[in-house]
Design a protein around this ligand. Structure first.
Ligand SMILES: Nc1ncnc2c1ncn2[C@@H]1O[C@H](COP(=O)(O)OP(=O)(O)OP(=O)(O)O)[C@@H](O)[C@H]1O
Length: 395
């Protein structure tokens, strides 16, 4: 992997394909775009092609036939749902890997806005002006994407998959969208009160299970990239190509590697489960840093599993949830994996959420594709401060 120094430029005026979802989150997307984002893009000389999505699937259809190398980025004025859709459109493009090399940048007008939170941090993650600046001046950052395979169908997931309590919090509160992200807290309280087991068998191809090592790795990586990325951006130029924080391969959509049980390195989780939460990017909402040691392009998926113990285990983990404190909860299994597999042990017994969208509660498998996606970042790393802790000493 090649690290590009900060002295290489960013185009002065970019060309964007902009999707505006008028129905995302609290339905303010169109007004926010017109009043706050469009003036910034225009002031910086950006060329815009704007599409107001008129239906579910609209973003996917357009992305499927994207004119390659025509836009510097795709901007989504939306929540994470439309990003999921656009990435799946790019993945269905005749030249999928090439299409997925087009950066996708969020302007946060949905209810969760996970990607925006991860790129800008908790202070600015819901700030549409900061997000617009990220689109104008951010640099290419490669991100891993997941193949989600269910019933013989392959789709792309960029953020998370959840089952059990965490899916109830998300999908089970869909009717409360008008509340913005408060709906997630309402769902959590309801879920803890009900305390239902999640009837699934989980197995994963293990890469790392030492929490201290994971925390140290993310800390040193963030520090190293912060030195490169936080410095003032290089002098603008309209010539030459845009540059990445990392250089990576962009040929062909990767084949699936783990469809057959290879058993080598696979681990099965045998205890009763309250929830499974797997994903990429520390924040899944403003109040919850679920994956504090996630790295954009380590080629791994972070998996959290809470065994069905007592309500106190969950309640204890709520304190400091926005700072990732639950990670250190000894009851919580937290691993990094190359792939994982879920098999429900009872049919139709819950929700499955993939990037916040509902999928059938049936068998599925997920595997990671290193650096298959691209976004634009002002920093070159996720903005989610998380400190390692000293290892307990053995007496
Ligand atoms: N005009 C439209 N009418 C209805 N649905 C739409 C329209 N345009 C887009 N959609 C759908 O809206 C869904 C949700 O969009 P979006 O991600 O913008 O908001 P959100 O779900 O509130 O945010 P978050 O995912 O952050 O919670 C997407 O699946 C998208 O396909």
């Amino acid at each position: 992997m090649l690290l590009i120094p900060h002295s290489i430029g960013v185009k002065r005026s970019r060309s964007f394909l902009v999707f505006v979802n008028p129905f995302g989150g609290t339905k303010q997307g169109a007004a926010i775009f017109t009043n706050k984002v469009y003036p910034l893009f225009k002031a910086s000389g950006c060329e815009l092609e704007v599409i107001h999505t008129t239906r579910q699937g609209h973003g996917l259809e357009v992305a499927k036939t994207l004119r390659l190398d025509h836009y510097d980025a795709i901007v989504t004025v939306s929540g994470d749902g439309l990003i999921h859709e656009v990435l799946n459109g790019l993945a269905q493009h005749a030249e999928a890997a090439h299409a997925l090399a087009t950066p996708v940048v969020p302007i946060p007008t949905g209810s969760g806005n996970g990607l925006s939170l991860n790129l800008l941090g908790i202070e600015e993650g819901f700030d549409v002006a900061a997000a617009a600046l990220g689109a104008i001046k951010g640099r290419h950052m490669k991100v891993d994407l997941f193949s989600f395979v269910q019933g013989g169908q392959r789709s792309i997931s960029f953020m998370s998959q959840s089952l059990g309590l965490m899916a109830d919090v998300d999908i089970g509160t869909d009717h409360l969208r008008w509340m913005g992200d408060t709906r997630f807290m309402v769902g959590l309280i309801k879920g803890i009160a009900q305390y239902k087991r999640c009837p699934v068998k989980l197995s994963y191809k293990l890469a790392e299970q030492d929490k201290h090592k994971m925390a140290e790795a993310v800390h040193s990586r963030t520090k190293e990239l912060a030195k490169l990325g936080r410095t003032p951006l290089a002098s603008p130029s309209n010539s030459g190509s845009e540059v990445s924080f990392h250089d990576g391969p962009t040929a062909g959509l990767p084949p699936l590697q783990y469809l057959k049980e290879d058993e080598d390195g696979w681990v099965t989780f045998d205890e009763p489960i309250l929830y499974v939460y797997a994903g990429k990017g520390p924040y899944v909402g403003r109040d919850f840093m679920a994956f504090p040691v996630s790295l954009p392009d380590d080629g791994l998926i972070d998996i959290c599993v809470m065994p069905a113990g007592s309500r106190l285990d969950i309640i204890g983990g709520l304190d400091g949830a926005e700072k990732g404190a639950a990670f250190w909860n000894q009851k919580l299994l937290y691993v990094k994996a190359y792939a994982y597999r879920i098999q429900p042990t009872k049919k139709q017994q819950g929700y499955l959420s993939v990037d916040g969208e509902q999928f059938p509660f049936e068998d599925f498998q997920v595997e990671v594709h290193r650096g298959l996606g691209t976004t634009l970042s002002m920093y070159g790393h996720y903005v989610a401060p998380f400190e390692p802790r000293a290892r307990p000493t053995n007496k």
